[in-house]
Design a protein around this ligand. Structure first.
Ligand SMILES: C[S@@+](CC[C@H](N)C(=O)[O-])C[C@H]1O[C@@H](n2cnc3c(N)ncnc32)[C@H](O)[C@@H]1O
Length: 259
């Protein structure tokens, strides 16, 4: 393929695990693409949608192993786009939410490669919904903050100001927060959040193996530790947790997610 025939890279959201949460556009692209570059937290059922001739490359992190450096992933995408007309870059949840989608888009654009984002259903909304928790409620939560509990040391902006968040948002949806939970809770309480505020954690939501507990904020750390909650988990803090209604929660999908 010559430079003038460089392909398009689609940054596609895979949703949070249950394959039924894939968008129609994402499904079509998976069935049409001739190259697929995918992450962890993507169920095998989605990979099965591609045609036999599709060149597939895993670039995610497997437990106990390091993920590929972002620079390496960027060059793989460029190289794939030079050989294929339709490249799907499949990411868990939504590609622009804690997914480095914007970094990849900028890199591809700077190399003259056309790139299009296909939003996906983010774990922060779908995972609570699978246990019947709404992330907002007219009576309890008019604001919700999506926040990462894991920040890289070399990040060129201030770390999360948990103390300020304690007062600034009715609800918090924390991604990647399990390992830093004790610190996060201490900071929130120091910032004025009532230690008896309702909280919940959901591990591996939307698929078999889903685990869930609710506890007041001050007890959550101990419970998470005792019950050995691990990644991937979503932590929810705020009064919305009290509005859980299991009547509407779907069955987790009977699929296995490589995590
Ligand atoms: C790197 S972030 C990617 C988020 C993704 N882009 C999204 O929009 O959902 C990965 C984190 O998302 C959360 N997550 C993703 N899938 C999940 C699931 N099925 N159950 C619980 N948490 C999940 C966890 O906090 C996990 O550590």
């Amino acid at each position: 393929m010559t430079e003038s025939h460089i392909g398009t890279v689609y940054l596609v959201g895979a949703g949070p695990g249950d394959p039924n949460l894939l968008t129609v556009k994402a499904q079509r692209l998976l069935m049409e693409c001739d190259a697929l570059v995918y992450d962890s937290l993507v169920p095998k059922e989605l990979l099965d949608l591609v045609v036999d001739s599709c060149e597939c490359k895993f670039v995610g992190k497997r437990r106990g192993h390091h993920s590929l450096p972002q620079k390496k992933i960027n060059s793989i995408l460029v190289e794939m786009a030079r050989r294929h007309s339709c490249v799907v870059r499949l990411k868990g949840g939504d590609p622009f939410l804690f997914g480095r989608g914007a970094e990849e888009a900028a890199y591809l654009d700077s190399h003259g490669i056309s790139v299009e984002v296909v939003p996906g259903i983010t774990a922060g909304i779908a995972v609570p919904a699978y246990v019947g928790i709404p992330v907002t409620h007219r009576l309890a939560g008019s604001s919700i903050t999506f926040v990462t509990g894991h920040e890289e040391k070399d990040k060129r902006r201030p770390i999360v100001n948990w103390r300020a968040l304690a007062k600034a948002s009715d609800g918090l949806v924390i991604y990647m927060g399990v390992h830093n939970l004790e610190y996060i809770v201490d900071e929130l309480v120091a910032g004025g959040l009532n230690p008896s505020t309702s909280a919940a954690i959901i591990q591996q939501g939307t698929v078999v193996g889903q685990r869930f507990i609710k506890a007041p904020l001050k007890q959550l750390v101990k419970e998470v530790d005792n019950l050995e909650f691990i990644s991937p988990s979503i932590i929810l803090i705020g009064e919305v947790v009290d509005f859980q209604t299991q009547a509407c929660s779907p069955e987790p999908a009977n699929v296995t997610m490589p995590i």
